[in-house]
Design a protein around this ligand. Structure first.
Ligand code: 13P
Length: 340
């Protein structure tokens, strides 16, 4: 492969036994949704202030190896004029970029969704690379309904992920492949497991068809959970169900699995990661995070858009990053939440 050594270096920079990836790549509407409860007006300037706060958190690089940014952020600077991507590098954090253009309904297929954004992707990746990005993310979304996702919906989504990943590798950008089976709804954990297993099988078949090198990509899946409308499952149950599906579907060549948080509460997402690593046995991959909400939510609440709260917000982020790092080794305990 043309860019093999570049890709290998990026994987080596992103993957280790202690750190995870921070997802800070919310689209404008999603960022507005996150700002709304804390009364922050969404604008280019408030988004810049928020992402600068995240990336300049002192010590973040101890626990975070990569940050996924949104297109706009790659052009923004921190208060002292440093490009945000450069500020990430300064902390030993690799900047990445979300490259998909969001989901739409899959035509003629009620309940199925499909993600757009392949047109011109290679050229866009060259621009992002010049701005400092070394890896990318693309998310396909699967909602669980009585008859969805359908078989051809799952196939169509897998094809998109594989085409995206192939374009990335051809350009020297490490792809994060993100198939997210949503936890919205009233399905039980077995149904979530069944759908996640079908989805991951299809994704790895498609990656194989498209010649994607598994050693040079990262997987960002959901954990296996009961629907949000059901009672919460204990962490050891989530861990067992999640590991079972991953063992059935994810080849050992994939270096690292980075879970999304998907609407879990921050402490719940950390406890589940901890249980997964306690039960990992001889699993061949690193089992890490690429959380958005579960890392950012407490920090957002501490910040409230106020300049004098920046340090408190950064402390809240660092705490979640540190506890998730402990959970990577199965060394997290709920009591740590109460410690200073
Ligand atoms: P959450 O952890 O908030 O689900 O976000 C991760 C992400 O990047 C979704 O695409």
């Amino acid at each position: 492969m043309k860019h093999q050594s570049t890709l290998q270096q990026t994987v080596a920079d992103l993957v280790d036994a202690h750190r995870g990836i921070l997802a800070a790549d919310e689209s404008h509407p999603t960022m507005a949704k996150r700002f709304q409860p804390i009364g922050v007006e969404p604008s280019e300037e408030t988004r810049r202030a928020w992402r600068s706060l995240l990336v300049t958190t002192p010590g973040l690089g101890q626990y975070i190896s990569g940050i996924i940014l949104f297109e706009e952020t790659l052009e923004q600077k921190t208060a002292d004029g440093t490009p945000i991507a450069e500020a990430a590098w300064a902390q030993n954090i690799v900047p990445g970029i979300k490259v998909d253009k969001g989901k739409i309904p899959l035509a003629l297929s009620p309940g199925d969704l499909i993600t757009q954004g392949l047109d011109g992707l290679a050229e866009r990746l060259q621009t992002y690379q010049a701005q400092g990005a070394r890896f990318a993310k693309w998310r396909e979304v699967y909602a669980i309904e009585a008859t969805a996702p359908s078989r051809h919906g799952i196939e169509a989504n897998a094809e998109m992920l594989a085409r995206y990943a192939a374009v990335c590798q051809a350009q020297g950008i490490v792809p994060i492949v993100e198939p997210e089976v949503l936890m919205d709804g009233s399905h039980d954990i077995d149904r979530h497991a069944e759908v996640t297993e079908r989805v991951l099988h299809a994704v790895f078949h498609a990656l194989h068809r498209h010649g994607v090198c598994l050693e040079l990509m990262l997987l960002k899946p959901n954990m296996v959970l009961p629907g949000k409308a059901c009672r919460r499952a204990p962490a050891d149950e989530v861990a067992a169900a999640t590991l079972k599906v991953l063992r059935h579907t994810v080849p050992a060549a994939v270096p690292s699995i980075h879970f999304l948080s998907g609407g879990q509460e921050p402490e719940e997402a950390t406890a589940n990661l901890n249980a997964i690593n306690q039960q990992r046995g001889n699993a061949p991959w690193q089992l890490s995070i690429s959380y958005g909400r579960a890392l950012q939510q407490p920090a957002l609440q501490a910040w409230n858009g106020q300049a004098e709260k920046v340090a408190a917000a950064q402390q809240a982020l660092l705490k979640r990053a540190r506890l998730n790092s402990l959970a990577r080794a199965g060394n997290y305990a709920v009591a740590m939440e109460r410690e200073e």
